[in-house]
Design a protein around this ligand. Structure first.
Ligand code: IPE
Ligand code: MG
Length: 263
Protein backbone atom coordinates (compact mmCIF):
# COMPACT_ATOMS: atom_id res chain seq x y z
CA UNK A 1 0.00 0.00 0.00
CA UNK A 2 1.15 3.54 -0.69
CA UNK A 3 2.55 4.42 2.74
CA UNK A 4 1.65 8.08 2.74
CA UNK A 5 1.24 8.12 6.51
CA UNK A 6 -1.25 10.95 6.58
CA UNK A 7 -2.14 10.13 10.15
CA UNK A 8 1.50 10.49 11.15
CA UNK A 9 1.57 13.87 9.45
CA UNK A 10 -1.48 14.83 11.44
CA UNK A 11 0.19 13.74 14.67
CA UNK A 12 3.44 15.58 13.88
CA UNK A 13 1.80 18.83 12.92
CA UNK A 14 -0.80 18.80 15.67
CA UNK A 15 -0.82 22.05 17.59
CA UNK A 16 -4.06 21.52 19.47
CA UNK A 17 -3.67 19.90 22.85
CA UNK A 18 -6.44 17.33 22.36
CA UNK A 19 -5.04 13.79 22.36
CA UNK A 20 -5.06 12.02 18.99
CA UNK A 21 -8.49 10.49 18.49
CA UNK A 22 -10.27 12.89 20.85
CA UNK A 23 -13.59 14.10 19.43
CA UNK A 24 -13.24 17.25 17.35
CA UNK A 25 -15.06 20.18 18.87
CA UNK A 26 -13.60 22.99 16.74
CA UNK A 27 -14.97 24.70 13.65
CA UNK A 28 -16.21 22.50 10.81
CA UNK A 29 -16.02 23.01 7.06
CA UNK A 30 -19.21 24.07 5.29
CA UNK A 31 -18.87 21.40 2.64
CA UNK A 32 -17.02 18.09 2.82
CA UNK A 33 -16.62 15.88 -0.25
CA UNK A 34 -15.52 12.25 -0.01
CA UNK A 35 -14.05 9.83 -2.54
CA UNK A 36 -15.15 6.50 -1.15
CA UNK A 37 -12.52 3.98 -2.18
CA UNK A 38 -11.28 0.57 -1.13
CA UNK A 39 -14.48 -1.46 -0.77
CA UNK A 40 -13.13 -4.18 -3.06
CA UNK A 41 -9.78 -4.34 -1.29
CA UNK A 42 -11.50 -4.51 2.08
CA UNK A 43 -13.52 -7.53 0.92
CA UNK A 44 -10.49 -9.18 -0.66
CA UNK A 45 -8.54 -8.89 2.60
CA UNK A 46 -11.35 -10.65 4.45
CA UNK A 47 -11.54 -13.33 1.75
CA UNK A 48 -15.05 -12.14 0.83
CA UNK A 49 -16.61 -11.27 -2.54
CA UNK A 50 -16.19 -7.62 -3.58
CA UNK A 51 -19.87 -6.88 -3.09
CA UNK A 52 -19.50 -7.52 0.66
CA UNK A 53 -17.16 -4.54 0.69
CA UNK A 54 -19.87 -2.38 -0.87
CA UNK A 55 -22.37 -3.58 1.75
CA UNK A 56 -19.98 -2.63 4.54
CA UNK A 57 -19.25 0.61 2.73
CA UNK A 58 -22.93 1.56 2.96
CA UNK A 59 -22.60 1.39 6.75
CA UNK A 60 -19.73 3.88 6.58
CA UNK A 61 -21.99 6.16 4.52
CA UNK A 62 -24.55 6.07 7.36
CA UNK A 63 -21.84 6.84 9.95
CA UNK A 64 -20.45 9.76 7.96
CA UNK A 65 -23.86 11.29 7.15
CA UNK A 66 -24.92 11.04 10.78
CA UNK A 67 -21.71 12.55 12.13
CA UNK A 68 -21.48 15.34 9.56
CA UNK A 69 -25.10 16.26 10.37
CA UNK A 70 -24.34 16.21 14.09
CA UNK A 71 -21.29 18.44 13.59
CA UNK A 72 -23.30 21.00 11.62
CA UNK A 73 -21.65 20.47 8.22
CA UNK A 74 -23.82 22.15 5.58
CA UNK A 75 -23.16 19.68 2.76
CA UNK A 76 -21.64 16.23 2.35
CA UNK A 77 -20.95 15.08 -1.20
CA UNK A 78 -20.15 11.41 -1.78
CA UNK A 79 -18.62 9.92 -4.93
CA UNK A 80 -20.81 6.82 -5.25
CA UNK A 81 -20.22 5.81 -8.85
CA UNK A 82 -17.99 7.40 -11.45
CA UNK A 83 -18.79 7.40 -15.15
CA UNK A 84 -15.65 5.26 -15.52
CA UNK A 85 -16.99 2.58 -13.16
CA UNK A 86 -19.13 1.20 -16.05
CA UNK A 87 -16.04 -0.79 -17.02
CA UNK A 88 -16.75 -3.07 -14.06
CA UNK A 89 -18.39 -6.50 -14.42
CA UNK A 90 -22.16 -6.29 -15.03
CA UNK A 91 -22.95 -8.20 -11.82
CA UNK A 92 -21.03 -5.74 -9.65
CA UNK A 93 -22.74 -2.77 -11.35
CA UNK A 94 -26.15 -4.38 -10.88
CA UNK A 95 -25.32 -4.92 -7.21
CA UNK A 96 -24.28 -1.26 -6.81
CA UNK A 97 -27.52 -0.10 -8.44
CA UNK A 98 -29.52 -2.37 -6.14
CA UNK A 99 -27.59 -1.12 -3.14
CA UNK A 100 -28.29 2.49 -4.09
CA UNK A 101 -32.02 1.79 -4.51
CA UNK A 102 -32.09 -0.07 -1.22
CA UNK A 103 -30.18 2.72 0.54
CA UNK A 104 -32.57 5.37 -0.77
CA UNK A 105 -35.59 3.32 0.29
CA UNK A 106 -34.29 2.22 3.69
CA UNK A 107 -32.90 5.61 4.61
CA UNK A 108 -36.14 7.51 4.02
CA UNK A 109 -36.97 7.43 7.73
CA UNK A 110 -33.47 8.65 8.59
CA UNK A 111 -33.60 11.32 5.90
CA UNK A 112 -36.83 12.61 7.42
CA UNK A 113 -35.66 12.27 11.03
CA UNK A 114 -32.43 14.13 10.18
CA UNK A 115 -34.23 16.76 8.06
CA UNK A 116 -31.67 15.86 5.35
CA UNK A 117 -31.85 17.49 1.93
CA UNK A 118 -30.94 15.15 -0.90
CA UNK A 119 -29.33 15.98 -4.24
CA UNK A 120 -28.01 13.59 -6.84
CA UNK A 121 -25.50 14.74 -9.45
CA UNK A 122 -24.11 12.96 -12.51
CA UNK A 123 -25.45 11.59 -15.78
CA UNK A 124 -28.59 10.04 -14.32
CA UNK A 125 -30.24 9.45 -17.70
CA UNK A 126 -27.93 6.48 -18.28
CA UNK A 127 -28.95 4.73 -15.06
CA UNK A 128 -31.49 1.87 -15.08
CA UNK A 129 -35.08 3.20 -15.13
CA UNK A 130 -35.92 1.78 -11.68
CA UNK A 131 -32.87 3.51 -10.17
CA UNK A 132 -33.93 6.82 -11.73
CA UNK A 133 -37.44 6.34 -10.30
CA UNK A 134 -36.06 5.61 -6.83
CA UNK A 135 -33.78 8.67 -6.98
CA UNK A 136 -36.68 10.94 -8.06
CA UNK A 137 -38.89 9.59 -5.26
CA UNK A 138 -36.22 10.09 -2.60
CA UNK A 139 -35.34 13.62 -3.77
CA UNK A 140 -39.04 14.56 -3.79
CA UNK A 141 -39.46 12.99 -0.35
CA UNK A 142 -36.77 15.33 1.02
CA UNK A 143 -37.85 18.43 -0.92
CA UNK A 144 -39.03 20.39 2.13
CA UNK A 145 -36.06 19.53 4.38
CA UNK A 146 -33.70 22.23 5.56
CA UNK A 147 -30.85 20.36 7.30
CA UNK A 148 -27.56 19.03 5.92
CA UNK A 149 -27.52 18.49 2.15
CA UNK A 150 -26.45 14.98 1.19
CA UNK A 151 -25.27 15.10 -2.39
CA UNK A 152 -24.69 11.74 -4.09
CA UNK A 153 -22.53 11.69 -7.22
CA UNK A 154 -23.81 8.78 -9.30
CA UNK A 155 -22.48 8.04 -12.80
CA UNK A 156 -20.60 11.28 -12.31
CA UNK A 157 -17.55 12.46 -14.25
CA UNK A 158 -16.20 15.98 -13.88
CA UNK A 159 -14.91 16.33 -17.44
CA UNK A 160 -18.30 15.36 -18.86
CA UNK A 161 -19.94 17.85 -16.49
CA UNK A 162 -17.60 20.62 -17.68
CA UNK A 163 -18.15 19.74 -21.35
CA UNK A 164 -21.94 19.79 -20.83
CA UNK A 165 -21.67 23.25 -19.24
CA UNK A 166 -19.55 24.52 -22.16
CA UNK A 167 -22.05 23.10 -24.64
CA UNK A 168 -24.97 24.72 -22.85
CA UNK A 169 -23.26 28.11 -22.81
CA UNK A 170 -22.37 27.78 -26.51
CA UNK A 171 -26.00 26.94 -27.33
CA UNK A 172 -27.23 29.95 -25.36
CA UNK A 173 -24.77 32.21 -27.21
CA UNK A 174 -25.83 30.66 -30.54
CA UNK A 175 -29.48 31.29 -29.70
CA UNK A 176 -28.72 34.91 -28.84
CA UNK A 177 -29.69 34.39 -25.16
CA UNK A 178 -26.23 35.25 -23.87
CA UNK A 179 -23.22 37.25 -25.04
CA UNK A 180 -19.88 35.40 -25.15
CA UNK A 181 -18.13 38.20 -23.25
CA UNK A 182 -20.66 37.78 -20.41
CA UNK A 183 -19.42 34.26 -19.66
CA UNK A 184 -17.51 34.43 -16.40
CA UNK A 185 -16.76 31.95 -13.61
CA UNK A 186 -20.14 32.48 -11.98
CA UNK A 187 -21.96 31.89 -15.28
CA UNK A 188 -19.94 28.74 -15.85
CA UNK A 189 -20.54 27.42 -12.31
CA UNK A 190 -24.27 28.00 -12.74
CA UNK A 191 -24.26 25.47 -15.62
CA UNK A 192 -22.61 22.70 -13.59
CA UNK A 193 -24.56 19.97 -11.76
CA UNK A 194 -23.53 21.65 -8.52
CA UNK A 195 -25.10 25.04 -9.36
CA UNK A 196 -26.04 26.85 -6.17
CA UNK A 197 -23.90 24.63 -3.91
CA UNK A 198 -20.81 25.90 -2.08
CA UNK A 199 -17.48 24.48 -3.26
CA UNK A 200 -16.06 21.72 -1.03
CA UNK A 201 -13.73 23.06 1.67
CA UNK A 202 -12.32 19.63 2.39
CA UNK A 203 -11.91 16.59 0.14
CA UNK A 204 -11.36 13.30 1.92
CA UNK A 205 -10.14 10.25 0.03
CA UNK A 206 -9.82 6.77 1.46
CA UNK A 207 -7.65 3.81 0.38
CA UNK A 208 -4.50 5.86 -0.06
CA UNK A 209 -4.57 6.75 -3.74
CA UNK A 210 -3.19 10.25 -4.36
CA UNK A 211 -5.50 11.28 -7.17
CA UNK A 212 -8.80 13.05 -7.66
CA UNK A 213 -10.23 10.58 -10.21
CA UNK A 214 -12.31 13.00 -12.29
CA UNK A 215 -14.31 14.12 -9.22
CA UNK A 216 -15.54 17.74 -8.96
CA UNK A 217 -12.55 19.11 -10.88
CA UNK A 218 -13.93 22.63 -11.12
CA UNK A 219 -15.29 22.71 -7.59
CA UNK A 220 -12.21 21.45 -5.72
CA UNK A 221 -9.87 24.16 -7.05
CA UNK A 222 -9.20 25.42 -3.52
CA UNK A 223 -10.32 22.44 -1.44
CA UNK A 224 -7.98 21.08 1.20
CA UNK A 225 -7.10 17.44 0.48
CA UNK A 226 -6.90 14.76 3.13
CA UNK A 227 -5.95 11.25 2.06
CA UNK A 228 -5.97 8.28 4.40
CA UNK A 229 -4.73 4.73 3.73
CA UNK A 230 -7.81 3.51 5.61
CA UNK A 231 -10.22 1.58 3.37
CA UNK A 232 -13.73 3.07 3.08
CA UNK A 233 -15.53 0.31 5.05
CA UNK A 234 -13.04 0.83 7.91
CA UNK A 235 -13.42 4.63 8.08
CA UNK A 236 -14.59 5.69 11.54
CA UNK A 237 -15.89 8.86 13.11
CA UNK A 238 -12.48 9.27 14.78
CA UNK A 239 -10.84 9.38 11.32
CA UNK A 240 -13.25 12.11 10.26
CA UNK A 241 -12.32 14.02 13.39
CA UNK A 242 -8.61 13.59 12.57
CA UNK A 243 -9.29 15.08 9.13
CA UNK A 244 -11.16 17.98 10.69
CA UNK A 245 -8.35 18.54 13.18
CA UNK A 246 -5.83 18.79 10.36
CA UNK A 247 -8.20 20.94 8.28
CA UNK A 248 -8.43 23.31 11.26
CA UNK A 249 -4.65 23.76 11.16
CA UNK A 250 -4.36 24.45 7.44
CA UNK A 251 -3.98 28.03 6.38
CA UNK A 252 -6.21 28.61 3.38
CA UNK A 253 -4.82 31.51 1.38
CA UNK A 254 -6.75 31.07 -1.90
CA UNK A 255 -3.68 32.29 -3.78
CA UNK A 256 -3.07 35.26 -1.45
CA UNK A 257 -0.33 35.77 1.13
CA UNK A 258 -0.33 34.31 4.62
CA UNK A 259 -1.45 36.70 7.34
CA UNK A 260 2.14 36.98 8.69
CA UNK A 261 3.71 37.92 5.36
CA UNK A 262 4.28 41.52 4.32
CA UNK A 263 1.88 42.65 1.58
C1 IPE B 1 -15.20 2.17 -3.94
O1 IPE B 1 -14.55 0.98 -3.73
C2 IPE B 1 -16.66 1.98 -4.22
C3 IPE B 1 -17.12 2.36 -5.57
C4 IPE B 1 -16.43 2.92 -6.51
C5 IPE B 1 -18.52 2.03 -5.85
P1 IPE B 1 -13.90 0.15 -4.92
O2 IPE B 1 -14.92 -0.80 -5.44
O3 IPE B 1 -13.32 1.07 -5.93
O4 IPE B 1 -12.78 -0.65 -4.16
P2 IPE B 1 -11.31 -1.04 -4.68
O5 IPE B 1 -10.66 0.20 -5.21
O6 IPE B 1 -11.47 -2.08 -5.75
O7 IPE B 1 -10.63 -1.58 -3.46
MG1 MG C 1 -11.40 1.84 -6.31
Amino acid sequence: MAGIGVNEVVARTAVDSSPAGAPWTGPVPRHIAMIMDGNGRWAQRQGLPRVEGHLRGAETVRRMVEECARLGVEQLTLFCLSSENWKRPAEELEFLMQLLRQYLRQEQTELVRGNIRLSVIGDLARLPAETQTEIDAAVRHCATHSGIRLCLAVNYGARAEIVAAARRLAEEVGAGQRRADEIDEAAFASCLDTAGMPDPDLLIRTAGEMRVSNFLLWQISYSELWVTPCLWPDLQVADLHAALREFGQRERRFGGLSSGEPA
